[in-house]
Design a protein around this ligand. Structure first.
Ligand SMILES: C=C(O[C@H]1C=CC=C(C(=O)O)[C@@H]1O)C(=O)O
Length: 396
């Protein structure tokens, strides 16, 4: 039985600077969050039951741990980070229990250790390497025909909305250090959740499920405008797109919450795009953990469509894409069941020297293929542009 011990520590300053090497797990927002390293346990799963299997495994892990936690806040004590696949298959979802976690939230900082880990050597940050982007002959034509087909299906009342995505691939010309990538992402997207979990890096603006005690929050985004785009944000098309996404989250959260507050949508401004956003808050009826909520919410109509099943079938046939861990829950959970699960958007999967970026957009009856292409380009810029910036921002 391993001892999981959390102690209060002095403010560590920049959390990113504390991460000792490029293998660290990172979860940051507005300067707060957690950085973690080492692996006390790892669990890989696939299939339609992956969320339930993950929760069961996590319950067993925490039940088998001796816990000493002098902080007792969300994220203290035993914690796992996870990244799930969008689809039931192929691909594996992963949970990681780090050996060491340094966290800070609301002015309180802590260190959690599992067992008695050794201090790893500190490896200086590596600059972000140059990326050779792969040219994709025919990608634009394929996109146009997929969006046109989706619009036809929607106009023929086969479904109301489908979210179509595409990927862009590149080859890294040198070694990749997620600390450098996340530093750039947090600078450019301070209101987003910037993360590096098992080779998935990104800065997501969309919170699928956040639970602290009985309080639940879900920030639903859908409907986008971007600089140079032909449309403003508030259009009938974007409003339809947004309300379908919000409704899909509300329909699930209603089943678990005694009270639910759904304000009118607001405008979320990011560096590259603006979104319609609805911040749903609720009070849980029972003790449903954050991952259970995320698993039930996934996939919302912000990343799949309405109704869910036909949209999932259609996107599968039109995209010709393995979404891998894009557009799926990424986040963390502690032993109390509190946690923070985002939808992995504005992200890239790094494996070896290969880099794969993803972006998608909601298609409704009023969608045009050319505008939706531009929208994916604006969204892809969130990660693509960090490779174009040459100045150092951290301790290289
Ligand atoms: C699917 C993505 O965005 C979703 C979140 C915000 C706005 C969206 C939209 O306007 O289409 C998408 O629903 C993506 O960034 O890949």
């Amino acid at each position: 039985m391993e001892l999981v011990r959390t102690v209060k520590i002095d403010d560590p300053g920049s959390l990113l600077e504390v991460a000792p090497h490029a293998g660290a797990t990172l979860w940051l927002r507005g300067g707060d969050g957690m950085v973690a390293w080492g692996e006390a346990a790892r669990f890989e799963i696939s299939g339609p039951d992956r969320f339930d299997l993950a929760r069961r495994w996590w319950r067993r892990f925490t039940a088998a741990s001796r816990i000493s936690d002098e902080v007792e806040r969300p994220g203290s004590g035993p914690i796992m980070f996870g990244s799930f696949t969008f689809d039931d298959g192929p691909g594996t979802s992963v949970l990681i229990v780090p050996r060491v976690v340094i966290g800070r939230r609301d002015g309180i900082a802590w260190k959690t250790t599992v067992g008695d880990p050794e201090e790893p050597p500190r490896v200086p940050w590596a600059r972000l390497p140059h990326v050779d982007w792969r040219s994709e002959p025919g990608a634009r034509a394929r996109w146009h025909s997929a969006v046109s087909q989706a619009v036809q299906d929607i106009k023929a009342d086969r479904l109301e909305k489908v979210v179509l995505a595409r990927d862009v691939r590149g080859r890294l010309a040198g070694s990749f250090d997620p600390r450098s990538a996340v530093a750039r992402l947090t600078e450019r997207f301070p209101s987003c959740w910037a993360f590096a979990v098992d080779g998935l890096i990104g800065a997501s603006p969309e919170l699928l499920a956040h639970r602290v005690g009985r309080d639940v929050t879900s920030l639903v985004l859908a409907g986008t405008a971007w600089p140079g785009g032909a449309h403003t944000l508030v259009t009938p098309k974007n409003s339809v797109e947004h309300s379908l996404a919000a409704d899909s989250a509300i329909a699930v959260l209603e089943q678990y919450c005694d009270t639910l507050d759904v304000p009118t949508p607001h405008v979320l401004r990011l560096a590259n795009v603006t979104h319609l956003a609805t911040m749903i808050t609720g009070t849980l009826r029972g003790n449903t953990d954050a991952l259970a909520l995320a698993g039930r919410l996934h996939p919302t109509a912000a990343v799949c469509g309405t109704p869910t099943h036909p949209a999932r079938e259609l996107l599968r046939s039109l995209e010709g894409l393995d979404r891998d861990r894009y557009a799926a829950p990424v986040g963390w959970q502690d032993s109390r069941g509190d946690g923070e699960w985002c939808i992995a958007l504005r992200c890239a999967r790094v494996s070896g020297q290969e880099l794969r970026l993803f972006a998608g957009c909601g298609i409704v009856a009023g969608s045009s293929p050319a505008a939706e292409w531009q929208e994916t380009e604006a969204k892809l810029g969130a990660v693509r542009d960090i490779f174009g910036v040459r100045e150092a921002v951290g301790s290289f």
